[in-house]
Design a protein around this ligand. Structure first.
Ligand SMILES: [Zn+2]
Length: 446
C-alpha cells in the first residue's frame, strides 16, 4: 500500500475558511485525497507513519484553476501580435489553424501548455479547442485535471464538418473517458455569433439532460452585441435566455460588454463568469466589470485564455492583473482585494466547473490538488501580509512543487510526468512548420 505523505509548509493557506493562514500545520495526503490538516502538536506522531515533505520557506495553496484556455495555441504564442480581435482571428489565427491543426499539433501544444501550467501551480484547466480526444488523452497521461470542452460550431473544421457531427463525436468521448478520473467534458460552442438558434437549442437540451456545463465565449467585444442585434434582433444574453441557456451550468467567458441590468440578470440566473484580463487588454476588447459582478453575487473566476492572446498561462500574473484592473476601472482601490483575488484563482474556478466540493480549497476529504510557493526570494521579502504577497508580488517561477490527485507532478522544480526537454524540442519543430506554412501562404497571396 502507498504510504501517506505529510507536507509541512511554513504557511498553509486553505482558502476555506476564507482569509485563513495557518502556521506550522501539516497536510496529510492519503492516495488521491486530503486526509487531514494536522496541527503542530500532532505533527511528530503523524510524521512517524508518513513520507514527510518539509517546505520551510513555502506557502501551500490549493492547486490553481485556469478556468479558460486553449492549450494547443501555445504553439502560436507570439505568432500574430498587436492586432485587434477580428483581424487577429480572421486574418491570422483561423487561417493558420485551418492549415495546421491536426492531432499532432494539438498533442504537442497541449503537452507544452501542461508543462507551463504545472510549473505555475495550475492543477486543473478548463479547455476549449479542436481534437478534444487528444487533449483529454494528453491531460490524463500528464496527470493533470481538466474539463475538456467539446467544440460545437456550424462551420466545418479539421475536427468535424457540421454541428451534429461535432456533437456526436464529442459525446462519444464522454463515454470513452468515463473512468479516467481526471477528465470531465463540457459543451463548448465557440460564441453565440458562430452558433445558430437550432444549435443553441440542441446544446441547452444536452446540457440539461446530462447536467453538462456550457463553456462559451460571450460578449468578448462590442461586435458580439452588434452582430446579435443585427442578426437576431436581441442582445446575446437575451438570446441565450430565450434558448434556456442562461443558468448555473453556463460558464461565460470574457463578458466585457455588460450593463447594470445584465449584471443583475447574470446574478439571478447563477451564470458563472470567467475573466481573462490579459487577453482582453491585449486585443483591446473591453473590460469585464468584475467588482460589480462579485458585489452582485456572481461567481467570477480567472482564465488565461490561449497563449496566442496572452501570451502566458500564468495564473499569478493573470490574477494580479485582474485585481489591478478592477481598481483602475472602478477608481476604487478596495475593489477585488487580495483575498477576493485568491478566491478567483482557486475556489471560484472550482465552483464554475461544478467541482467546488472536490477541489479549490485545502479541506479534509477533497482531492489532493496543491501547489507550494517558495517565498524565500527577494521579490517576496519581507512578509507583512501573506495574501498581499501571493497576489501582488509572487510569481509562477516561485512554485516549487505541485500535486494533482495526490501525485507530486512537480517535485522540487522538476516535472515528473512529462519529459520537458522533449516537449520543448517538439514545439521547436512545430515552430519551423508554422513558419514555412505562413511564408507559403504569403507567397501564394502575392
Ligand atoms: Zn478564448
Amino acid at each position: 500500500m502507498q504510504q501517506d505523505t505529510l507536507i509541512i509548509p511554513r504557511y498553509l493557506v486553505p482558502v476555506r475558511p476564507r482569509g485563513t493562514v495557518l502556521e506550522g500545520h501539516g497536510v496529510l495526503l492519503r492516495a488521491d485525497r486530503i486526509e487531514a490538516i494536522v496541527p503542530p502538536s500532532a505533527l511528530a506522531e503523524v510524521a512517524d507513519q508518513a513520507t514527510v515533505v518539509n517546505l520551510p520557506s513555502h506557502a501551500l495553496l490549493p492547486g490553481l484553476v485556469n478556468t479558460h484556455t486553449h492549450s494547443p495555441m501555445t504553439l502560436l504564442r507570439g505568432f500574430a501580435d498587436d492586432l485587434p480581435l477580428l483581424e487577429w482571428l480572421n486574418g491570422h489565427i483561423w487561417p493558420a489553424e485551418n492549415r495546421l491543426v491536426d492531432e499532432d499539433f494539438v498533442a504537442a501544444g497541449t503537452r507544452l501548455a501542461i508543462c507551463e501550467m504545472l510549473r505555475g501551480g495550475t492543477t486543473c484547466f478548463n479547455e476549449n479547442y479542436f481534437f478534444p480526444d487528444e487533449i483529454a488523452r494528453v491531460a490524463v497521461e500528464s496527470n493533470v485535471r481538466s474539463v475538456v470542452g467539446l467544440p460545437l460550431l456550424d462551420q466545418a473544421t479539421s475536427w468535424a464538418n457540421e454541428f451534429d457531427e461535432y456533437l456526436q463525436k464529442g459525446l462519444e468521448l464522454v463515454d470513452l473517458f468515463e473512468d479516467s478520473g481526471l477528465v470531465e467534458f463540457s459543451l463548448a460552442p465557440h460564441a453565440p455569433y458562430s452558433v445558430s438558434d437550432a444549435g443553441l437549442e440542441s446544446i441547452a437540451d444536452v446540457s440539461a439532460a446530462r447536467e453538462m456545463k456550457v463553456h462559451l465565449h460571450c460578449l468578448e467585444t462590442a461586435y458580439d452585441l452588434e452582430h446579435s442585434l443585427e442578426t437576431y434582433g436581441l442582445p446575446p444574453l437575451n438570446r441565450l435566455s430565450s434558448r434556456d441557456l442562461l443558468n448555473d451550468r453556463l460558464i461565460a467567458v470574457h463578458m466585457t460588454q455588460l450593463d447594470q441590468d445584465d449584471v443583475a440578470m447574470l446574478a439571478d440566473c447563477g451564470v458563472h463568469v470567467v475573466h481573462c484580463p490579459h487577453s482582453n487588454l491585449k486585443l483591446a476588447s473591453g473590460f469585464c466589470p468584475t467588482a460589480a459582478l462579485l458585489e452582485s453575487g456572481v461567481n467570477v473566476a480567472i482564465g488565461t485564455d490561449g497563449a496566442a492572446s496572452n501570451n502566458k498561462l500564468d495564473m499569478f500574473e493573470e490574477t494580479r492583473c485582474a485585481a489591478l484592473l478592477a481598481k483602475g476601472v472602478t477608481g476604487d482601490a478596495t475593489a477585488v482585494d487580495a483575498v477576493a483575488a485568491l478566491d478567483m484563482m482557486t475556489i471560484n474556478g472550482a465552483r464554475a466547473l461544478g467541482m467546488d466540493e472536490v477541489i479549490g480549497s485545502i479541506e479534509r476529504g477533497k482531492k489532493a490538488d496543491l501547489c507550494a510557493i517558495d517565498l524565500d526570494q527577494a521579490q517576496t521579502t519581507p512578509l507583512h501580509n501573506l495574501f498581499s504577497q501571493l497576489i501582488y508580488a509572487a510569481s509562477a517561477s516561485q512554485v516549487s512543487d505541485t500535486w494533482v490527485d495526490g501525485n507530486r507532478v512537480l517535485d522540487s522544480g522538476r516535472l515528473t510526468t512529462l519529459d520537458e526537454t522533449a516537449v520543448k524540442e517538439e514545439a521547436l519543430a512545430w515552430r519551423v512548420r508554422i513558419g514555412e506554412s505562413a511564408s507559403h501562404d504569403q507567397a501564394a497571396a502575392q
